[in-house]
Design a protein around this ligand. Sequence first.
Ligand SMILES: *[C@@H]1O[C@H](CO)[C@@H](O)[C@H](O)[C@H]1NC(C)=O
Ligand SMILES: *[C@@H]1O[C@H](CO)[C@@H](O)[C@H](O)[C@H]1NC(C)=O
Ligand SMILES: *[C@@H]1O[C@H](CO)[C@@H](O)[C@H](O)[C@H]1NC(C)=O
Ligand SMILES: *[C@@H]1O[C@H](CO)[C@@H](O)[C@H](O)[C@H]1NC(C)=O
Ligand SMILES: *[C@@H]1O[C@H](CO)[C@@H](O)[C@H](O)[C@H]1NC(C)=O
Ligand SMILES: *[C@@H]1O[C@H](CO)[C@@H](O)[C@H](O)[C@H]1NC(C)=O
Ligand SMILES: *[C@@H]1O[C@H](CO)[C@@H](O)[C@H](O)[C@H]1NC(C)=O
Ligand SMILES: *[C@@H]1O[C@H](CO)[C@@H](O)[C@H](O)[C@H]1NC(C)=O
Ligand SMILES: *[C@@H]1O[C@H](CO)[C@@H](O)[C@H](O)[C@H]1NC(C)=O
Length: 510
Amino acid sequence: MQPTRRKIFTETGIMKHRKNNNLPIFVVVFSVFLFGVFMYNEDVKSIAEFPFSRPKSSEIRDVQSKQENPVRESIKEKENAVSLNTNDEEADQDLKKSIVVKDKEDEEEQEEEVERIELPVIEEDDEDIELPPESCDLFDGQWVFENKTHPLYKEDECEFLTAQVTCMRNGRKDSLYQNWRWQPRDCNLPKYKPRLLLEKLRNKRLMFVGDSLNRNQWESMVCLVQSVVPPGRKTWKKSGSLAVFRIEVNGSNFTKNLMKCHLWYSHCQLNCSKDYNATVEFYWAPFLVRSNSDDPDMHSILNRIIMPESIEEHGKNWKDVDYLVFNTYIWWMNTFNMKIFRRGSFDRGDTEYDEIERPVAYDRVLTTWSKWVDKNINPNRTMVFFISMSPLHINSTDWNNPGGIKCALEKTPILDQSSFLYVGTDRRLFVIASNITENMKVPVHLINITKLSEYRKDAHTSVYTIRQGKMLTSDQQAEPATYADCIHWCLPGLPDTWNEFLYTRIMARS
Ligand SMILES: *[C@@H]1O[C@H](CO)[C@@H](O)[C@H](O)[C@H]1NC(C)=O
Ligand SMILES: *[C@@H]1O[C@H](CO)[C@@H](O)[C@H](O)[C@H]1NC(C)=O
Ligand SMILES: *[C@@H]1O[C@H](CO)[C@@H](O)[C@H](O)[C@H]1NC(C)=O
Ligand SMILES: *[C@@H]1O[C@H](CO)[C@@H](O)[C@H](O)[C@H]1NC(C)=O
Ligand SMILES: *[C@@H]1O[C@H](CO)[C@@H](O)[C@H](O)[C@H]1NC(C)=O
Ligand SMILES: *[C@@H]1O[C@H](CO)[C@@H](O)[C@H](O)[C@H]1NC(C)=O
Ligand SMILES: *[C@@H]1O[C@H](CO)[C@@H](O)[C@H](O)[C@H]1NC(C)=O
Ligand SMILES: *[C@@H]1O[C@H](CO)[C@@H](O)[C@H](O)[C@H]1NC(C)=O
Ligand SMILES: *[C@@H]1O[C@H](CO)[C@@H](O)[C@H](O)[C@H]1NC(C)=O
C-alpha cells in the first residue's frame, strides 16, 4: 500500500523536475517537505487514490433511473410530420429534489484498486494542441474508424451518465459505434485534452440550453471533463429546469492545494492557489421561448403551445454564463403546424391558440432568441453556440436497407457520401437558423452537426434505453419497430464529436 503510493508520487515528482530543472533549489526542498507532509495527510490520501477508485455508479444509476423518464416516442410519418410523444420526456424526473452525487469513501476497495496499479494515470499533458485555422470548415469531412483514440472516455468510467444513454450496460452487444472519429476534409480536429478544456472553464460557467438532444450533449460534456477531477470534487444537482454539474476544488487551504497541484495539475506548477471552479449546466427549454411544456416535472401535455415572443423568463437564467450552447428542434417535429398561444396566460389556464406553419413559427422564435442574445450577451465575455438539427433515423429505406427496422439493426455509419441522403430532416429550419445566426450582432458559432450526424444511423440508443423511467424489458427490446428510440444517441458516442467541435472553438479563444 504505502510503497505503491510513494511510487506514484515519486514518478510524478521526477517528471516535474525533469521538466523544470532550472527551478530554484528551495522549491525542490519545499516539495520534498510537502511530500513528507503528504505521506501523513489523510485528506490527500483519497486524492492520491483517485484514478484507481471505481465509480460507485450503481447507486447513482438507481437514483437516476427512478427519476429519469423516458422518451416515449411513437413515430408516425405523415407528410414529413413526425409525431413524437416526447411529453413525458424529462417528466417526473424529480427535478425539484436535489441530488448530490459524491463518491463514498470505501477504504478497502480503494486500497485494493491501488495495489493493482502499475503506473500512475497522471499524464504530462501540457503540450500545446494544434488548432485548425478559423477558416477551415470542420463539418465537411468523413467518418474514420479509429479505435485507438475513440471513444474519448469509457461508458463505465463516467458515473454521471444516465440510464437513457448507457447502451452497452443496457444490453447492446456491438460497440463499434463508439470508435468513429470525425475527420474534416481540409484540416484536423485538435487532440482532446480534458485538462486544457478544464483550464478554459476555470471560474466559468458552460451552459447547454434546449431540448433532450442538448441534454444528451450535456451528459457527454460532463463525461469529457470529469475524468481529470478527483472524486468528491464533483457534484451534480438538479433544481427546477436547471441541472448543474459542478467542479469544485476548495481554495481555502493553501498547503493542501499545493499538494493537490503536484498530483493533479501538472501545468499548475507552483501557482497553486489557482483552483478549478467550473460548472457544466443544462437548462431545459425545449422551444427556447416559453411554452406550456417548460415544466421539467410535468409536460405530459397534449396540445403543445408556444409563446414565440416570450423569452425573458427563461433568459434571466442564461445571463452571466460564459459559454452558452443553444438548440431547439426535436419538439418542432411533433406536428406539421405549430400552435401559437393567442392571449392571456398559461397560469390562468388560457389555451386559445392559432396554428401556423412550422418554419414561420421557427423563424419567429429564433428571431426572438436572437434579439435576446444581442441585447443581453456581452460577446467579450460570453461565447455563443447554436447546435443545428440532430437527425432521426426512422425509415431504413432512406439508406437503402429495406430489411431494416428503423435504426435498430444498424451497426455502421453510412460511409458512401456520394449518393443523396434524406432522412426526413426539416432543412427549412436549418436555413432559418443559419440565416439568423449569421446576421446577429453577437457572433454565434453555428455548429453544423446535421449532415455528419445523418450518416450515423448506427449511433442511436435504439432499444438499449429506458422508457417511462424503466429499462425496456426483453420483450420490448425484441420489438424495435415499436420501441426503438432513433432520436437520442448512445454515450460514449456521436455527441462526443459535437463536443469536440465546441472544444475546438473554445480552445481557439484567446
Ligand atoms: C453543413 O455541413 C454540411 C456538410 O457536413 C454542408 O453540406 C452544409 O452546406 C453545411 N451547412 C451550412 C449552413 O454550413
Ligand atoms: C481495433 O481495430 C482493429 C482493426 O479492426 C482490431 O484488429 C483491434 O483488435 C481493435 N483494437 C481494439 C482495442 O479494439
Ligand atoms: C467560481 O466561478 C464562478 C462562476 O462560475 C464565479 O462567479 C466565482 O467568482 C468563482 N469563484 C472564485 C473563488 O473564483
Ligand atoms: C469546500 O469548503 C466549504 C467550506 O470550507 C465546504 O462547505 C465544502 O463542502 C467544501 N467543498 C468540497 C468539495 O470540499
Ligand atoms: C490545511 O491542511 C493541513 C493538512 O491537511 C491541515 O493540517 C491544516 O490544519 C489545514 N488548515 C486549515 C486552515 O484548514
Ligand atoms: C497565480 O495566482 C495568483 C492568485 O491566484 C494570480 O493573481 C496570478 O496571476 C497567478 N499567476 C500565474 C502565473 O498564473
Ligand atoms: C468589447 O471589447 C472591445 C475591445 O476591447 C470594446 O471596444 C467593446 O466596447 C467591448 N464591448 C462590450 C459590450 O463591452
Ligand atoms: C419509408 O420510405 C419509403 C420510401 O420513401 C416509403 O415507401 C415507405 O412507406 C416508408 N416506410 C414507412 C414505414 O414509413
Ligand atoms: C435572412 O435574414 C434576413 C434578415 O436577417 C432576411 O431579410 C432574409 O429574408 C432571410 N433570408 C432567408 C433566405 O431566410
